[in-house]
Design a protein around this ligand. Sequence first.
Ligand code: SAM
Ligand code: SF4
Length: 490
Amino acid sequence: MNGLPGKERRWIDSVVREEEIDRYLRNGRDFVDEELIWNELEANREPSDSRLREIIAKSLELSRLEPSETAALLNCRSEEIWQEIFSAGLRIKQKVYGRRIVFFAPLYISNYCVNNCAYCGFRRENTAVTRKKLSDEEIRAEVRALTARGHKRLIMVYGEHPSSGADFIAHTLEVVYGTKHGGDEIRRANINAAPLCIDDLRRLSGVGIGTFQVFQETYHPGTYRRVHPAGTLKANMRWRLYALHRAMDAGVDDVGIGALFGLFDYRFEVMSLLLHTIDLEERFGGVGPHTISFPRLEPAVNTPFVENPDHLVSDGDFKKLVAVIRLSVPYTGLILTAREPERVRRDVIPVGITQLDAGSNIGVGCYATGEKKGEKEQFQLSDNRSLEEVIGDLVDQGMITSFCTAGYRCGRTGHYFMDVAKSGKVHTLCMPNAILTFAEYLDDYASEGTRHRGWKLIEEELSMLPGEELRNRVTELLERVRNGERDLYL
Ligand code: SAM
Ligand code: SF4
């Protein structure tokens, strides 16, 4: 890329380690096999109703689907069966996760970036964006603003730049975990950043990173090349493709994959997310990604590319693709962000979403200042309701909000998480912990109305917990929460 200072160019040239790509290839080939994907989609072009129902039944048994089965679901043309797929999504989610939704807040730390991704407001050549990297004091101010509203989990977001490499990320994690005010604190910080090498990932693992997320954006090589200009660091598709393999090898147990919908045919991307999951499972003892994200392209300041995307995904297709992902990978968490408008979130949550953000502000440094400024944002959010409003809405739909982070702090990640999920302990472990964190939220941060409705929902959930002994134990802990004790978990 022209016009880069020599120091930055040298840094860019030093990042990729070919041996940390090659070790993951199978006979020199990637896990995303374009030909295989198109062949599967073609071979399963007209699935019969009975075949589709067999596949739905397999998902309901909580078995991960094979590519041919996911291809068949993607090709479903019967509205009646789509309704069956949607309700199966909800049942699978209830079986694995219960009636709870985990909440997090995105925290943008730096928007300096050496890349030029066509769709992103932070791309290097976008001069309409004000660049900012938070200082330690600014990070503390952001954390205080978020925890004062009840947040306990973050996803920290960074551009790709020598000033925000692994050392900086590790340092900012420590600043976040060190910012405490009474019971207000961040208990789990996840990271969304550029692909890193194994040594750097080990360092992050050492400071207590939650989930490490890297979205592939598109798994289609031709499209990937088109939107990530040659000569940029991100143009190296394979370095990104194996970012999470490296993370797993570095001991980061929880990884999150994702695709940016709107760049290419959504069916191709869903098939690729499945192939990515299968490859991780095969290499890491059955443990696939902890979460899958499916952002859709949103408008961004001075970014003409997103005004007319080639493969715009309609709201109807979006709901279908989320449901197909839910059925394909029953144990994986699914994240739906505030990029989506309230109406779409209401419609899509019930097909199997497990994590949401709310009250989000993606301007760098804008939680503390309260600004909502396009020139500090990567793209624009559509659901601008507060955390309190979204939680109240979920209460009305019978869903418990969870701020539980016990899984991570007790080492219940990776294998352990899968064991918990697969053995159904979610209902005896995660659901009680969700109830306890929800009770904390209601007493510490909620409005009178939400508190009242929330406690009623807790009573209902409590009565549905399996076994009298467990119910008594949770009742006793709830009493301690009411009396002011915090951070209690099973
Ligand atoms: N720079 C890192 C990277 O590219 O992986 C970190 C994160 S980037 C700030 C987070 C994600 O935002 C990207 O991976 C991309 O999927 C998404 N994103 C970028 N531009 C977007 C847009 N216009 N609308 C919606 N999502 C977008
Ligand atoms: Fe930079 Fe990430 Fe935006 Fe690309 S998506 S321009 S790498 S911040």
